[in-house]
Design a protein. Structure first.
Lengths: 112, 112
């Protein structure tokens, strides 16, 4: 069974204090790993897709990396507006369709 | 204007009532999905549809049904609501396999 585990569940950072969020996965036949940002009262918003080990993507203060077992979302010099829940999801071929399995997220709070 | 619109945003209903949640999209995507989000469980797939004539059950379809009225409209029904269906429900779209999901802003459903 496909599994996605995110850690930590919650993270509190001072503004400017860099850190990383982890997404560990167990899946047969990874087709893609996705990072989303979710603000309170809103739907998840797509950030990155990674398809193969060694791949990296960057957007402003965020950088996502992928290995064969996990992905990291690195946040450099975060600002209060980066506060949100970050979700990881993996897509794999299962039972005749491409199934997406989500982690439970890391809730990030950045304090001014 | 939102690309994926869900109505209503909030709904309180009683046990045993039939209710419908609606989703419409202007993105022109063929693939549409219904997910529910519960604290500590992440997003779980209820139903998905790859075109108007193709509807499939997801991992937690019991107690739910769907209707794909047009490429742009996908409705979720609870035939006889029960309290453990209290959750946040999201509609999502995607243009093809291996592509990210585009979410609406959700419907918060409470069953008393």
């Amino acid at each position: 069974e496909d599994q996605v585990t995110q850690s930590p569940e919650a993270l509190r950072l001072q503004e400017g204090e860099s850190s990383s969020l982890n997404c560990s996965y167990t899946v047969s036949g990874l087709r893609g790993l996705f990072w989303y940002r979710q603000d309170p009262g809103k739907g998840p918003e797509f950030l990155f897709t990674l398809y193969s080990a060694g791949e990296e993507k960057e957007k402003e203060r965020l950088k996502a990396t992928l290995t064969k077992k996990e992905s990291f979302l690195h946040i450099t010099a975060p600002k209060p507006e980066d506060s949100a829940t970050y979700l990881c999801a993996v897509q794999a071929y299962s039972g005749g369709y491409q199934k997406v399995t989500f982690g439970t997220g890391t809730k990030l709070q950045v304090i001014p | 204007d939102a690309d994926v619109t869900q109505t209503p945003r909030n709904r309180i209903t009683k046990t045993g009532k039939r209710i419908m949640l609606e989703c419409s999209q202007t993105k022109g995507h063929d693939r549409m999905y219904w997910y529910r989000q519960d604290p500590g469980l992440g997003l779980r797939l209820i139903y998905y549809s790859f075109d108007v004539k193709d509807i499939n059950k997801g991992e937690i379809s019991d107690g739910y049904s769907v209707s794909r009225q047009a490429q742009a409209k996908f409705s979720l029904s609870l035939e006889s609501a029960i309290p453990n269906q209290t959750a946040l429900y999201f509609c999502a779209t995607s243009p093809r396999a291996n592509s990210p999901l585009h979410f609406g802003n959700g419907t918060r459903l409470t069953v008393t």
